[in-house]
Design a protein around this ligand. Structure first.
Ligand SMILES: Cc1cc2nc3c(=O)[nH]c(=O)nc-3n(C[C@H](O)[C@H](O)[C@H](O)COP(=O)(O)OP(=O)(O)OC[C@H]3O[C@@H](n4cnc5c(N)ncnc54)[C@H](O)[C@@H]3O)c2cc1C
Length: 344
């Protein structure tokens, strides 16, 4: 049997831009390969990908296979699956395929694994080596437990959570080479209808220095008021929420943080009544300092937090606001300018 050593990374891009997931995948693949770029190859698929391929090879220091799918506009699961399967089959020593844990990667990775008879471990957010065996970690039970997964197949397909593995900004690497190839493809079973962007202005939470985020623990719409009032205490702040909060209609969807919402990286993230499901956490991992308030001391959100407050938000936040107001009255603290807590 061939000793499999090759790692393929599937680049993520959209609208002519390399998505940050690509750099996270590169960081992960390097970790998997002991920091060495040899035996790693990055595959970029699409139309007009010359510039993207050069950028990826330049920044990663890893060889890139640019697979031109002329006329392919946007993402197609059919094309990704058939083209990737054909390209990867050429690699006899293929050990790992690393795909982003986003809507695209989650779509094609399991199908690709099925094609190869490979194991598929999705949502990987940790890795360690023990006695020559790689253990891949992922969150289960809404993030309360970390599962250590081992693959027993020769090839393993992994989807990697974004924001966990980071490329060292100081890393010096000479650019990788770019190999260009043309792919034939047919789209028989699906039709691309287009991408509909969510309406409204979500720039507020993307640019805010402080994000106060509400989860289902807020209980009811009326309690959103204390979240807005808490946010107003900070300059350049904004209110955000979990998907549940947006599904309830307590905030518009352009305020949702997470894998299917916005990615935010404020200096301070205050998570109020949020369980810490991986789909939410993926959107706020870049936050500088995290405060979590939750009644459940086992809440997974506490694993992400610098300060953990085990309290009921509906009593704790009003108390905090009251104390602040008292101090404000005593010291006449000036009003914080530049907030965007409107939720619209
Ligand atoms: C494909 C997919 C994509 C998804 N995308 C996203 C996404 O982009 N963003 C996202 O947020 N979610 C997303 N989800 C949903 C995600 O899995 C979770 O269901 C969601 O994040 C949970 O929201 P929550 O923390 O508000 O609610 P819950 O998980 O119900 O947690 C509520 C928390 O509040 C605490 N609590 C209750 N009462 C109080 C109180 N009075 N005071 C303090 N704490 C209290 C509880 O202990 C609990 O921890 C996605 C799911 C899937 C399957």
């Amino acid at each position: 049997m061939v000793n499999k050593t090759h790692t393929a990374v599937i680049a993520a891009h959209a609208d002519g831009r390399v998505l940050s997931e690509t750099w996270d995948l590169v960081a992960f693949a390097l970790q998997l390969n002991g920091g060495r770029p040899e035996n790693i190859e990055i595959l970029v698929l699409g139309d007009n990908i010359d510039r993207l391929a050069e950028e990826i090879a330049g920044k990663s220091g890893i060889d890139v296979r640019a697979i031109f799918c002329t006329g392919l506009t946007g993402y197609s699961s059919e094309v990704y699956l058939s083209v990737l399967a054909r390209e990867l089959e050429k690699q006899a020593d293929l050990a790992y395929v690393c795909a982003p844990h986003n809507s695209q990667g989650m779509d094609y990775a399991p199908a690709l694994a099925a094609r190869f008879g490979a194991a598929c471990i999705s949502g990987v957010n940790g890795i360690f080596l023990e006695e020559g065996t790689f253990f891949f970690q992922k969150d289960i039970y809404g993030g309360k437990i970390k599962a250590n997964m081992v693959s027993h197949t020769a090839t393993t397909v992994l989807t990697i959570q974004s924001g966990v593995f980071k490329l060292d900004p100081e890393r010096q690497a000479s650019p990788g080479g770019v190999v260009r190839t043309d792919a034939r493809f047919a789209i028989d079973r699906t039709r691309f209808l287009g991408v509909r962007k969510g309406g409204g202005d979500c720039a507020g939470i993307a640019e805010a220095r402080v994000v106060v985020a509400a989860g289902r623990g807020i209980g009811e719409l009326e309690n959103m008021e204390i979240i807005h009032r808490l946010a107003e205490l900070f300059p350049k702040s904004a209110v955000a929420g979990t998907r549940i909060v947006c599904d309830q209609g307590w905030l518009p969807y352009n305020r949702q943080v997470g894998v299917t919402g916005m990615t935010v990286a404020p200096d301070l993230y205050v998570a109020c009544g949020i369980s810490g499901a991986s789909q939410h956490v993926m959107g706020m991992r870049g936050a500088g300092f995290v405060v979590a308030i939750n009644t459940d001391r086992q809440a997974a959100m506490f694993n992400e937090a610098d300060i953990c407050i085990v309290e009921d938000i509906t009593t704790f936040i009003p108390l905090l606001l009251e104390i602040y107001q008292q101090q404000y009255n005593d010291n006449a603290v000036p009003q914080a300018p530049g907030n965007d807590t409107s939720g619209g």
